[in-house]
Design a protein around this ligand. Structure first.
Ligand SMILES: C[S@@+](CC[C@H](N)C(=O)[O-])C[C@H]1O[C@@H](n2cnc3c(N)ncnc32)[C@H](O)[C@@H]1O
Length: 273
């Protein structure tokens, strides 16, 4: 259900425009990646274990670093994203590093058709993906359709609590936004880019949805998937607020003098045989 007709065009225009800056951003560190770095977090690599020979599709793959990291670990990978510059950059990167991968330009909701009905051992979706999608039920149906029987979903995502908070000073957080997003989404102009703070904030609007964990879990179970585990993490990939401290696994967490917060979550599910 499209709750606000222009969400797709607004968001795609923003992602198309961001791609060149992300290719230069230290957050993505494309040069380090070309030199052999894996962009995945240690937790993801340990959780999924040996992926060699497995067919993996990465939804909302952006410039393909995580997709190509799974390929470097032995998976046969397909990345899918609706941004043409991002898909072009991912395809060029695969060629540059000599890794076999397929990148397809498509909206997530059209993925089964865009991938010609192919099915996969693993559907992977990572950091900062779900907030761009209006409808979790439809997304969960796509995940189910892309999975083979016994195939698994691995979701590594920001915790919805994170989007409620903003830091008003170097030491304090305040609750700025609702946990629940209205159907039509949260429309925002002037957001600063997480990967390129030097670029002036865009005047264009984007439309996002904060999906509560209960909504994601219910959508997946209603689509026929079985939830295997749901772990909430006290750490995340970005140093979002100045007060955060590096954790031993390369992620960032709240300082020990502050209450801990759920900052990311890892959800694993499978399609029954
Ligand atoms: C934050 S990025 C994902 C980043 C990725 N996890 C990474 O770390 O590189 C979000 C991506 O979702 C894509 N995207 C947003 N809405 C989409 C949609 N409806 N269909 C397909 N891709 C979409 C954007 O083009 C963008 O590349």
């Amino acid at each position: 259900m499209d709750t606000c007709a222009d969400w797709r065009e607004l968001n795609r225009a923003m992602w198309d425009a961001k791609t060149p800056a992300h290719l230069r951003s230290p957050i993505y560190d494309v040069d380090g990646f070309k030199a052999g770095r894996l962009s995945l977090r240690s937790r993801e690599i340990i959780d999924l274990g040996d992926v060699s020979g497995k067919d993996l599709v990465h939804l909302q793959c952006h410039i393909g670093l995580d997709t190509l990291s799974w390929a470097r670990l032995g998976a046969r990978v397909t990345g899918l994203d609706f941004s043409e510059p991002a898909v072009q950059a991912a395809t060029a990167l695969a060629r540059d590093i000599g890794v076999e991968a397929r990148f397809v330009m498509s909206d997530v909701y059209d993925a089964p058709a865009a991938l010609n009905g192919s099915t996969y051992d693993i559907v992977y979706t990572g950091v900062g993906a779900l907030c761009w999608l209006p409808d979790m039920s439809r997304w969960a149906g796509v995940v189910r359709d892309l999975l083979r029987p016994k195939g698994q979903l691995y979701l590594f995502e920001f915790h919805p609590v994170i989007w409620m908070l903003e830091s008003s000073s170097t030491t304090e957080l305040e609750i700025r936004y609702s946990y629940f997003t209205p159907h039509e989404g949260h429309r925002e102009a002037g957001a600063v880019d997480y990967a390129d703070a030097s670029t002036p904030a865009s005047a264009e609007s984007t439309v996002q949805w904060n999906h509560p964990i209960g909504e994601v879990v219910t959508a997946l179970t209603n689509a026929g998937l079985r939830i295997d585990s749901l772990h909430e993490l006290d750490r995340e990939v970005l140093r979002r607020w100045e007060m955060m401290e590096p954790a031993e696994d390369g992620l960032f967490r709240m300082p020990s003098i502050k209450p801990s917060l759920p900052l990311m979550y890892v959800l694993r599910a499978h399609r029954p045989a």
